[in-house]
Design a protein around this ligand. Structure first.
Ligand code: NAD
Length: 270
């Protein structure tokens, strides 16, 4: 018999969550930029990544959000803001869903065969959940793959190539521009997405907070809303977040590793 000290493994940490998932009818997963990090997409606030090359660091470590992700920034310099969002749009199109996205899609299918649901509330604008096969996805911050007319609000999906001009003129109204259909700092979240998020958060049995810094409201408030209505709450993140102390289970891991294992522990090998 070995007398080496026993360390809790990832499986040990995930088991209580897996038990709850197996018994759950309604599951909600709030996802953030960390879920897409293993697809090569940079987060906004990534934790200590000073050892990474500059082109892999969290975006807000390299760029100033007030000059890029606000309506005022677009008004002041539409060319620069459009170029930056088009660069990120092409990065999202080139990325592939990772095992974390695929595990969430499997979770939805497993629950569906048992008469249950899995709703994803995503802050990500990259559409990787949908490409991985998740169906019930609520986009809280819009999507970067669609752009809309600054005057009429009409939407268009640009070609998967760089925009022909910066800023891009709107095809819907002379003199108007196209802007990404994302929610900028200082803007309201889409009303229907907010209402649905609040509804599913109050009704779920299990709420998962995945790869999000839990600092951007109102999304960060849903985990507490779910807990106050009796949900079992879990977090998977590389680092501790403001949500960590308030959840039932907090696991320090990459979602691309932990999510496939969690779903396997709950429902067996796929
Ligand atoms: P964030 O950048 O603030 O935080 C990312 C979190 O993920 C951090 O807590 C970090 O520790 C964690 N993380 C990093 N890699 C991880 C991994 N492999 N596994 C688990 N956790 C990991 O992101 P957020 O909380 O989503 O912030 C909200 C804003 O970020 C939203 O407005 C959203 O639109 C935007 N955003 C989206 C994308 C995208 O669509 N892919 C990319 C960057 C930012």
């Amino acid at each position: 018999m070995s007398d080496a000290p026993s360390h809790p493994t990832l499986d040990d940490a995930l088991r209580p969550l897996a038990m709850r998932l197996r018994a759950a009818r309604r599951v909600v997963a709030l996802t953030g930029a960390g879920v897409s990090a293993e697809s090569g997409l940079r987060t906004f606030r990534g934790g200590d990544d000073t050892l990474l090359p500059p082109d892999m660091r969290a975006l807000w470590a390299e760029f100033d959000p007030t000059t890029l992700a606000t309506p005022e920034a677009f008004e002041a310099d539409p060319e620069r803001v459009s170029r930056w969002y088009d660069w990120r749009r092409l990065g999202c199109l080139a990325a592939e869903p990772n095992p974390g996205h695929l595990a969430l899609a499997r979770l939805e299918r497993e629950l569906a065969t048992r008469g249950g649901t899995c709703t994803i509330l995503t802050q990500n604008v990259d559409r990787l959940h949908q490409r991985a096969g998740s169906v019930d996805v609520v986009e809280l911050h819009g999507t970067i793959l669609v752009w809309r007319c600054t005057r009429t609000g009409q939407r268009v999906t640009p070609e998967p190539t760089p925009m022909p001009a910066f800023p891009a003129p709107s095809p819907f109204a002379p003199g108007a521009l196209l802007r990404p259909d994302v929610v900028w700092f200082g803007e309201m979240l889409p009303e229907d997405a907010l209402a649905r998020a609040a509804e599913v958060s109050t009704e779920c049995d299990v709420f998962l907070s995945l790869g999000t810094s839990a600092m951007v409201y109102p999304a960060a408030g849903f985990v507490r809303l779910a807990a106050s209505h009796g949900a079992f709450t879990g977090e998977i993140n590389l680092d501790a977040t403001p949500a960590s102390g308030g959840v039932d289970v907090s696991v320090r891991a990459k979602t691309g590793q932990a999510m496939p294992r969690l779903v396997e522990l709950a429902f067996g090998a796929g």
